[in-house]
Ligand binder design. Structure first.
Ligand code: SAH
Length: 263
């Protein structure tokens, strides 16, 4: 009887994983959330095809830094999500891959909860997974890899870079390394990893995984920087290191899996 009246709707934001780019890799749950949204805040690694599921009337705000625009400050994005949700809008924050894999989704969820907004998180296929699958090799293998290490090549500004020699020693025990945001730091990654892994360790770089413009090269660890310079491969790309790639390395260059590299 004395209960406070319930608000018409509880303010909430959905952090939605848009997957690696191919809209066919969206989850059904993600599509439902995108369809229901009245406001969408979209990162630049979100494939254009994903937005075809948004309502025509939805307000779409691009908050990425590609395409010549400056990146929208993180604080602004977080404020905008919270104010729109508190106004009663159905807000979807669309992030490339999975929202909780190197996507600052954790920071955004904390901020929203502190502002009194509920947060739903919808998984997406992370680009590290899509990149490896696109090569046709597994991330784990009973004979070569007992686990996977997902790691970012890009430390937070002001923080010490990762301990690549230590990571290499761990990977040498039979783990596949999957490096996000590593292309700009390739020199540091290569020299660090060479302190714990042989130069001949198979390595692949996959750019634009799952998209028509996909490119990939399979080489060896000791060739990382030289290969990137030669092939002109830049971001967004995933670097994969480990014996799961061994079969690919042995394939002749004309094999379908290597055709993009050979082109
Ligand atoms: N949350 C995202 C990662 C964001 S960090 C995810 O789960 O995939 C941004 C990095 O992701 C890029 O620098 C790149 O390393 C990687 N990335 C994102 N999309 C990619 C794609 N289609 N192909 C290759 N790498 C991609």
């Amino acid at each position: 009887m004395n209960a406070l009246p319930e608000p018409a709707t509880i303010p909430r934001v959905a952090l939605v994983g848009a997957g690696p780019g191919d809209p066919d890799l969206l989850t059904i749950k993600a599509v439902k959330a995108i369809r229901a949204a009245t406001v969408l805040l979209v990162d630049d690694l979100v494939g254009e095809g994903v937005l075809r599921y948004a309502r025509r009337s939805a307000r779409i705000v691009h908050v990425g830094k590609r395409g010549g625009c400056k990146s929208t400050p993180q604080a602004f994005i977080e404020r905008l999500m919270a104010t729109e949700a508190l106004k009663g809008e159905r807000v979807v924050r669309l992030k490339g891959g999975d929202p909780f894999v190197f996507g600052r989704g954790g920071e955004e969820a904390e901020h929203l909860r502190a502002a009194g907004v509920e947060v739903d998180v919808i998984n997406g296929i992370t680009s590290g997974l899509a990149a490896v699958t696109g090569l046709g090799v597994p991330l784990t293998h009973r004979d070569h890899a007992h686990g996977v290490i997902f790691v970012t090549g890009h430390a937070k500004a002001g923080e010490a870079p990762l301990d690549w020699p230590q990571l290499a020693r761990t990977a040498a025990q039979g783990y596949t390394l999957v490096v996000y945001m590593g292309v700009a730091q390739a020199g540091q990654i290569e020299s660090g990893l060479l302190q714990g892994l042989p130069a001949e360790t198979p390595l692949a770089v996959v750019q634009h995984a799952s998209l028509p413009q996909l490119r990939h090269v399979v080489t060896e660890l000791g060739q990382l920087q030289t290969m990137l310079a030669r092939e002109g491969i830049g971001s967004p790309a995933i670097i994969i290191v480990g014996d799961v790639l061994r079969g690919l390395q042995a394939l002749p260059l004309s094999a379908p899996a290597l055709s993009a590299a050979a082109a």
